[in-house]
Design a protein around this ligand. Structure first.
Ligand code: SF4
Ligand code: SF4
Length: 172
């Protein structure tokens, strides 16, 4: 009994001394969302589908990204323009199922699909996590706008940008 009391009386000043010591140290707590975390360059967040300089889509709906995806969360349906140019009529990614492994990005021969740095895309409905082609292209447009504003070099390699792969024209 006396030994228990002794350890309690000893534990209180010991605990307070630790609290007191940390009072004067720099805080390691991040005040999110006021202060955003610094992400590494290779961080993999929300996807985006890229465009050529003339605004046409780079994706030719070859299906390699879907084949590489280990959780089967990419769905697409191809179509062709009157000129025989292939494009994705439907392209969807289920971001709830995605494990952000980056395999789709690695598999794409057109540098059409990338994982960006966006991680704030919480939603209340499950359906809101199905990102359509239009949403994924809009993500790219936002990233490009920010890139131009900040004068950062393009993410897509120049030699790829000049590589003339047939892509869907505007409006598809
Ligand atoms: S990041 Fe991985 S899991 Fe997500 S869509 Fe791409 S391949 Fe699939
Ligand atoms: S994103 Fe790339 S790999 Fe996927 S279908 Fe389009 S062109 Fe093919």
């Amino acid at each position: 009994m006396w030994r228990d009391l002794k350890s309690v009386f000893w534990a209180i000043p010991k605990g307070l001394s630790i609290t007191f010591r940390y009072l004067f140290r720099k805080s390691v707590t991040q005040q999110y969302p006021k202060n955003k975390p610094v992400l590494e360059d290779r961080y993999r967040g929300l996807h985006y589908l890229t465009r050529y300089d003339d605004n046409s889509e780079r994706c030719v709906c070859c299906g390699l990204c879907a084949a590489a995806c280990p959780v089967d969360c990419i769905y697409m349906e191809p179509a062709e323009t009157e000129d025989g140019i292939r494009y994705a009529k439907i392209y969807e990614i289920n971001e709830l199922r995605c494990i952000f492994c980056g395999m789709c990005e690695e598999a794409c021969p057109e540098e059409a699909i990338f994982l960006g740095h966006e991680f704030e895309f919480a939603a209340y409905e499950r359906d809101d996590f199905i990102y359509t082609k239009e949403m994924l292209l809009a993500n790219y447009d936002n990233i490009e706008k920010e890139r131009v504003a900040k004068n950062i070099k393009p993410l897509i390699r120049k030699e790829r940008q000049e590589f003339k792969t047939p892509a869907a024209p505007l409006g598809h």
